[in-house]
Every structure is written in structure tokens, then in C-alpha cells.
Design a binder for this molecule. Structure first.
Ligand code: FMN
Length: 368
């Protein structure tokens, strides 16, 4: 297995990375009261030492009272949390890594198992987390305007702290995705509509605000998924034509890189071609894309949440797609969560040292 192509550098605007491996954003809930601790900084620093080219932080929430359902998820606002993030990025840079925060608003959520709830009800396009499940408020136009500003502020703070890029979390059934999906967006104003391009207005305004706040030269990534945890087989865009009508306005609004979340990267997005989600998005937009989903593992991440173990698997199929130019970067989640040195081991051909993924790793900040 020749992995040399994965270890070529990549540059786009503010982002200069030494290889094509991206640590995928993974919520860890190790930041009490929203403040990233010294352990969190060490955890990310280790991943830079282990040669992840770009690290995307766990989702970190923007400055809205009900943007989170968990007191231990990091904030990306407030002096103390931002000082914690400054430690994180300084540590990553000290190891020659690069990093962007994944800025997040969860929208309407299930209440967390801990019993903690924000001091105001959850908020979303129509109060829905999934069809038939209402657990919060429908956002007013002024809520929407303030939320868009909060995304912009988080992005500006990311740049100010010295991060290399920012990722907007637009995937997996959270706030932005709740606007995209007809199952959770029943609005009849300008933020709703029968078509996906109409329901993309909120995302477009968020991207434009982020772009305005960070300037032209700072790399902006958006993470998208067709699936939602409440609807695994959902497709927001059901054809390449619908995909183009969704993606290109987002690109025009200011996205540099699309992070195309799938559970299994090898699955074709549409019938008639073997291109995956990242492959299609690159084809219709001409923009750089990140693929992700069970790279180097036999089972997907929802299986891990359900307690299943995964075995290490070959990178041949990934390399075939990468080498023919389907996507530019490769997101790797659980393998790097469980082993900070996963990229380095791939680089050095130490494949016999690769472990599979045991769900036990979810409960700790693995440091070696
Ligand atoms: C523990 C855990 C936490 C996650 N948290 C996030 C998150 O905060 N934001 C996000 O966009 N995806 C999140 N994901 C999804 C991952 O970024 C990634 O897309 C998924 O794990 C598939 O990649 P993998 O098969 O390499 O693990 C999480 C996944 C795991 C396992």
C-alpha cells in the first residue's frame, strides 16, 4: 500500500498543511462549564505530534443561551473559554500542526441524559428536532439575526486567536441542518420554503457573515451531511442537479472547502456512478472537499455509539478514489481519537501497529 499521495502538502488561503489527513471533529464533553482544560489542550497537541495535518476541533458552541445541551461541551465565547482555546491552538502550532474550531449551534435537541438543560428553551426553525418531536421554540427573525451574528463573532475570534481556518457545522441534524431539512423546517417566511435552495437561506446568511468577519484570505469550511441521526437514509439532494442547486449558492456565499460527512466513504451518493458525497460535491462545485466515514475501520460511528467494536481495514479503496482526484482531504475520526499516532503510523508503513476501535476509548481523552 503506497500512501505517499496522502502525505503531500495542501494549501488554500490561510491553510497550509503538511498532509491530507484531517482529524474529524469529535465531541468529547471534557470541558467543564464550557471551558477547555489543560488536558483538552494536551489531547489536541498530541494529535498534532502524531501528524494529523489538520485538526478540526470537537463542535464548540456559539454565543446563544441555548446553543448546547451539555454543560461539558466547550464554548467558543467568553474570556475563559477563549483563553482555553488559545492554549489549544498554541500547543498544536508548537508541534507543527494546523487547526480550526468547528463552530456549532445544536438547535432543537433531546434533553441530555445528565439532566442539565440550558436556561432558555432550545431554539430552531420550527421547534422540531425531527418530524413530530417538538422540544423548543421557533426562532423569531430577531433570534435568527442574533444567531447569524454569533456565528460571525465566533469565526472572527477563531482568526484572532490564531487558528488556521474555521469550520461551520452544517451537518448531522443540528441547527443549520434543521433549516435545510423539510422534516424540521416548516417555516412560511423567507427562511422556509418547498425547495432546498429556499431552505438554505439561513446557511447562506451565516456563511456570508462569517466571510465578512474573517476576510477573503481566511479558509472557511462547512460540514454537510445528507443523513441525519433521525433519518439515516435521508437525502437532502436527491440527484446531481439538486446537489448543484444546493451547493453552489453556499460556495458563492464564501465556502472554500466542503466537508462531506458520510457514515461510510465508499458508498456512492447517486445511482449510475461510484462517486461518493465528497466526489460529487467537488464535481458540481469545483471546490476542495474532505471525505470522511469509516476510513481505516470496518464499522461506522453509529455502530460505535451502540457499543460495537470495529477492526482496522485497508486503505486501498480510499487511495484509489483519492488518487483519481475525487477529493482533496481525508477526514479520520475514531482511529485518531483512539490513537494520536495513527497518521504517523500510516506514514511510516507501521500498519501492523494499527488497532481497531473499541468504544471504551469514547470515555477518555486518550493520550498515547
Ligand atoms: C465520539 C464522537 C463524537 C463526534 N462528534 C462530532 C462533532 O462534534 N461534530 C461533528 O461534525 N461530527 C462529530 N462526530 C462524527 C465524526 O466527525 C466523524 O464524521 C465520524 O466519526 C465518522 O468518521 P470515523 O468513521 O472516521 O469515525 C463524532 C464522532 C464520534 C465518534
Amino acid at each position: 500500500m503506497n500512501t505517499d499521495s496522502l502525505f503531500r502538502p495542501f494549501s488554500l488561503k490561510s491553510l497550509n498543511i503538511k498532509n491530507r489527513i484531517v482529524m474529524a471533529p469529535m465531541t468529547r464533553s471534557f470541558s467543564p462549564n464550557g471551558i477547555p482544560t489543560a488536558d483538552v489542550a494536551s489531547y489536541y497537541r498530541k494529535r498534532a505530534e502524531g501528524e494529523a495535518g489538520l485538526i478540526l476541533s470537537e463542535g464548540t458552541v456559539i454565543n446563544r443561551v441555548s446553543s448546547s445541551n451539555d454543560a461539558n461541551i466547550p464554548h467558543f465565547y467568553g474570556a475563559e473559554a477563549l483563553a482555553g482555546w488559545k492554549n489549544v491552538i498554541d500547543g498544536v502550532h508548537a508541534e507543527g500542526g494546523a487547526m480550526g474550531p468547528q463552530i456549532w449551534h445544536m438547535g432543537i435537541m433531546d434533553n441530555h441524559a445528565s439532566g442539565w438543560v440550558p436556561s432558555q428553551p432550545f431554539e430552531g426553525p420550527s421547534g422540531l428536532n425531527r418530524p413530530g418531536f417538538n422540544n423548543g421554540n421557533t426562532m423569531t427573525e430577531s433570534d435568527i439575526a442574533d444567531t447569524i451574528k454569533a456565528y460571525g463573532q465566533a469565526a472572527a475570534d477563531a482568526k484572532e486567536l490564531g487558528f488556521d481556518c474555521v469550520e461551520i457545522h452544517g451537518a448531522h441534524g443540528y441547527l443549520i441542518d434543521q433549516f435545510f431539512w423539510e422534516g424540521t423546517n416548516e417555516r412560511t417566511d423567507i427562511y422556509g420554503g418547498k425547495t432546498l435552495p429556499e431552505r438554505s437561506r439561513f446557511a447562506i446568511e451565516v456563511i456570508k457573515e462569517v466571510r465578512k468577519r474573517v476576510g477573503e484570505d481566511f479558509a472557511v469550511i462547512i460540514r454537510l451531511s445528507q443523513f441525519k441521526p433521525a433519518a439515516y437514509t435521508n437525502q437532502l439532494a436527491k440527484s446531481p442537479q439538486e446537489l448543484e442547486a444546493w451547493i453552489n449558492p453556499l460556495a458563492d456565499a464564501g465556502v472554500d472547502i466542503f466537508h462531506c460527512s458520510q457514515r461510510r466513504f465508499w458508498e456512492p451518493e447517486f445511482e449510475g456512478a461510484d462517486l461518493n458525497f465528497a466526489g460529487w460535491v467537488k464535481k458540481v462545485s469545483g471546490k476542495a472537499t474532505i471525505t470522511v466515514g469509516s476510513v481505516g475501520l470496518s464499522g461506522d460511528f453509529f455502530g460505535s455509539f451502540a457499543g460495537e467494536s470495529s477492526q482496522a481495514s485497508s486503505l486501498d479503496e480510499l487511495l484509489k478514489r483519492f488518487d483519481r482526484g475525487d477529493f482533496d482531504l481525508v477526514g479520520v475520526g475514531r482511529p485518531i481519537l483512539a490513537d494520536p499516532f495513527w497518521p504517523k503510523k500510516i506514514h511510516e508503513g507501521r500498519t501492523d501497529e494499527l488497532k481497531g476501535f473499541s468504544p471504551a476509548a469514547l470515555g477518555e481523552l486518550v493520550m498515547s
